[in-house]
Design a protein around this ligand. Structure first.
Ligand code: CA
Length: 227
């Protein structure tokens, strides 16, 4: 995994790079927007940490140009943190937003989350399930029921998508945690039950009180692919 760090302040670039390497990622740094685009063209990049205030070409413009041809995860790193800036950053195509001053550990957790989401997206076939009533849209991180988006958190999306990805398979709580949430997950096995309960509440309807998630007593859960 290779991370492109775009940051004109050398000290910040060094800290971020050091943390990323400690996590086992390769890093390459760019000190301005144009250099960032050059490196992105040249190298195989798995994720970009992008400062907004950059010489030559600002972060928004870098983000926009990369988005024209790639869906690589982009985490914006910036001193701008008002709500409108955040919305603007996400509108230009960034996947996440971390404002300065930031904790490198938090940034790394966001990096892992984005890469995992990416991996899940690659593994999850977008498609329709339960006779076409339930749709999974990994690109938009969206679950739709009868065409209407169900508001879910990222964790809920990942858990539900994991179950749906293999409709006949029963998953233990531990497998769900490992596959959907990864090693950042700090809850207990049973916390999965809470997520499932919330998902059920959001998806349930008469005749589908379990929200298409079946409990297999003494083992775990599986997607209940009934029509
Ligand atoms: Ca800067």
């Amino acid at each position: 995994m290779k991370i492109l760090i775009v940051e004109d302040e050398a000290s910040i670039a060094e800290v971020v790079s050091a943390y990323a390497r400690r996590e086992g990622y390769e890093t390459v740094t760019a000190a301005d927007g144009l250099e960032a685009l050059e490196i992105f063209e040249r190298d195989e990049i798995d994720l970009i940490i992008l400062d907004l205030m950059l010489p030559k070409l600002n972060g928004e413009e870098v983000c926009r140009r990369i988005r024209e041809k790639s869906s690589v995860p982009i985490i914006m790193l910036t001193a701008k943190s008002s709500e409108s800036d955040v919305v603007y950053g996400l509108d230009t195509g960034a996947n996440d937003y971390v404002s300065k001053p930031f904790s490198p550990r938090v940034l790394m957790a966001r990096v892992r989350a984005q890469l995992r989401l990416r991996e899940t997206r690659d593994n999850i076939a977008s498609g329709a399930y339960a006779g076409g009533r339930i749709e999974i849209d990994p690109e938009r991180v969206e679950i739709r029921k009868d065409g209407t988006p169900i508001p879910v958190t990222k964790s809920e999306f990942l858990i539900f998508s994991t179950l749906v990805s293999r409709p006949i398979r029963t998953w233990s709580r531990e497998e769900i945690i490992r596959t959907a949430l990864g090693d950042d997950y700090e809850g207990f096995d049973r916390t999965i039950d809470t997520y499932v309960k919330t998902l059920r509440k959001k998806l349930a309807e008469p005749g589908h009180e379990n929200g298409w998630i079946k409990t297999i007593y003494g083992f775990g859960y599986r997607f209940d692919d009934e029509k």
